[in-house]
Each structure stands twice: as C-alpha cells, then as structure tokens.
Design a protein. Structure first.
Length: 396
C-alpha cells in the first residue's frame, strides 16, 4: 500500500507539473475571465443604451396656465415615480391642428395633448393612445388637484436586523455557492477525459503501466487534476476578490452565512473536493473505455446531462429546508455536496456536515475502487472498442 501511494504521488507530480507549467494552462486560467470582461463591456453598453431616453414625446398644445400646471404635475410625479415612468413633454404651437402637426416627418412627437386639463384631448395613433392615455389622465388629475394634492410623509423606523432579510440573504449565498461549485466541477473535471485519451492515443499509458501499478496511475491522475483545480480556483478567486475590492466592494455588504464565513469557505473547499473527486473518478473510470476523442464526446454528454439533473435537484432542495426532497438531496452522494453547502448558508448546525463529509468520503472510496477496476480492465486496450472489451476478462 505504501508503494502504491508513493507511485501515485509520482504520477500526480508528473501530471501536475506537465499541466501547470505549460503555456496552455495560462490560457486555461484566462479563459473564464473572458466572459467576465465581455460582461463588463456589455454592461457598459447596456448602461449607455438604458441612459438613452426612449420615452415617447407628447406635445403640449394647451393654454399657458394649463401648460404650466401639467409641467409642474409632471415634475412632481417624476420625482416620486422615477424619471422614466412618464412620457416626455414638449411644447408645440396651438396651430396648425394636431392632425397636421403629427403628419410632419421631422417631428419626434407621437401624440399631442390639446383642450384643457379639465377636458384633455389626446391626438395620435390608436396604439400610442392606448399606451399614453393612462399617463395623461394621471397628469391631468394631478394638475387639476395641484392645490389640494399633497404627498403623505412616511415615518421611518430603522432596525439593525431583519430575520426575513437575513434568511433571504443566506438563501442567495447558498444558491451562489451551488452554482459556482457546479460550474467549477463541470469545467475542471472534463479535463480528465481529454488528458486520458491523449495519453492512451500516444501509448504513454502503456509506458506508465510498465513502470508503476495501474491503480497508482488512476489515483495519481485524480490527485494531480484536483491539485490543478485548486490552483485555478485560487487564481480565479483572488482575481475576483481584487476586482471586487477595486470597484469599492466590502465583504460586510455580503450576507453572512449561518455558519460564518471562515467555516463556510472551509466547507466549500471540502465539498468541492468531494464533488470533484466523485465526478473525476467517474470520468476516469469511464474515460478508460474510450479510444478516440469522438468516444470521449459521446461519453461526456450523458454524464454532463446527468450531473445537470443532479444539480437541478439540489437547487430545488435549497428552498425546501427539512423537506423529504432536501433530505434526499443531502443523502444522495452526487447531489450531497451541493445540497450541504446550501444548508451551510442557511443553518448553523455543524454536525450534519461532519456526517455528510464522512458519508461522501465513503462513497468516494467506493467510486474510486470501481473506477480503478474499470481503469485496470481497459486502460491497456487503447486500440480496441470499449463496448467490445467490456466483458472480456482482465489480463495482467
């Protein structure tokens, strides 16, 4: 057993240095940052677009007194309801008639308000009138009741703590942790399949198998990819924290998980390790059956879809703490890491996490054992089809 682990560490060190010290690993680290940069770029574009005033323009062809009353009512309501809640107003001449003015091609006015605030007349296309009629009625009512209309002042009573807001914030933290863990697991575990098939195609596996036990190859590759994943997470997490601080963010603005941030982050690392090891072992065991990249893609699709269904199951359980669905999600090994990290955000009790980690570790050991058997049976059959060799007796 000692020799097995020593050989596994040798394989792990070989794979880890080969991946981390390569130029492609830098591109791999920068890859997830590109969507963030694109998001900022599109966010700035969206702010620019949203800042463009796209409200319809209503022309005012009222008498001077009614015109001023409508303008004052518009300003007063806009302060309370928001600048974008009401259409823009623009003075237009009383002559020619509204129908003639609306026929001009150089005008931005979509409708014209004439008459008086007591009997307003709105001229425009039917679809525009349907949208503007309620706003003009509100403005006319506010203008007519200008002397009597007063907004009631609401008395404020501030509290330092709200259990409802706290529960909502912890629920959000649990959901964010689930999503981050899921995408990191899918993103990083998939590398195992391509790495394994590449070495099988180049006959490197046969050379390694001649030097060390096949079980050590399996464990070493799993440990190397897990270590490489933590390097990537440390880089992405550090970059995200630096950006967060650079834009003026503070950790105190984030809701505090029920177990506290130190324990929550520690549990997040442990649960990610469990989720990655479970999926990585499955990928290694099944990936040993594939001989080509096409077979890897064929195998990867059902595994990924199954993992997504598991994630949706765990995500559903977040809103139903203590329900049978949530308990089942915590017990089922593949959904347990995602369900338990969400529980850590909402429940301060720690002993369920110890039980869950022990249960997940036991299942990880079982999956690794099954994966090692599959790996040992088929890893030397690089040139054959895995479905033809599936039930063939193991050799060597």
């Amino acid at each position: 057993m000692k020799e097995l682990w020593r050989a596994a560490f040798v394989i792990a060190r070989r794979d880890f240095t080969a991946v981390v010290l390569s130029r492609t690993f830098i591109l791999f680290l920068l890859g997830p940052l590109l969507p963030i940069l694109i998001g900022f770029a599109f966010g700035g574009l969206g702010d620019k677009i949203s800042s463009t005033d796209l409200r319809p323009v209503v022309g005012l062809a009222l008498t001077g007194q009614d015109d001023a009353a409508i303008q004052r009512a518009h300003d007063r309501l806009s302060q309370r309801m928001g600048e974008q809640s009401l259409p823009r107003l623009r003075r237009v001449p009383a002559t020619p008639s509204p129908r003639v003015q609306l026929a001009r091609t150089d005008s931005e006015v979509v409708a014209i308000l004439s008459g008086s605030i007591a009997h307003p007349v709105l001229t425009g296309k039917a679809e525009d009138l349907d949208k503007l009629q309620g706003d003009i009625s509100l403005l006319s009512t506010a203008a007519q009741a200008e002397r009597t209309l007063r907004f009631i002042t609401v008395e404020r009573q501030e509290v330092s703590r709200s259990l409802g807001a706290q529960a909502q914030g912890r629920l959000i933290i649990g959901r964010i942790a689930q999503v981050v863990m899921f995408f990191l697991t899918i993103l990083l575990a998939g590398m195992i399949l391509s790495n394994l098939v590449e070495e099988k195609t180049n006959k490197i596996i046969e050379i390694l198998a001649a030097a060390v036990p096949i079980d050590a190859i399996f464990l070493g590759k799993l440990m190397a990819m897990l270590a490489m994943s933590f390097v990537g997470i440390a880089f992405w997490g550090g970059t995200a924290f630096a950006i967060f601080e650079a834009i003026g963010g503070h950790a105190t603005r984030l809701p505090t998980p029920a177990v506290g941030w130190p324990i929550f982050l520690m549990l997040a690392v442990l649960y990610f390790g469990m989720a990655y090891t479970l999926l990585g072992s499955l990928f290694l065991g099944i990936g040993a059956q594939a001989a080509t990249v096409r077979e890897v893609q064929t195998l990867n699709m059902p595994i990924t879809m199954g993992q997504m269904l598991i994630f949706f199951f765990a995500s559903y359980a977040v809103d139903h703490m203590g329900s049978p669905a949530e308990v089942a999600a915590c017990i089922f090994p593949f959904s347990s890491p995602f369900a338990m990290i969400a529980r850590a955000g909402q429940d301060a009790t720690l002993w369920p996490h110890l039980v869950a980690l022990l249960w997940q570790a036991a299942f990880v050991a079982l999956i690794i054992r099954v994966g090692v058997l599959l790996f040992r049976r088929h890893v030397m059959q690089s040139g054959g089809r895995w479905w033809k060799n599936l039930f063939r007796p193991a050799t060597g």
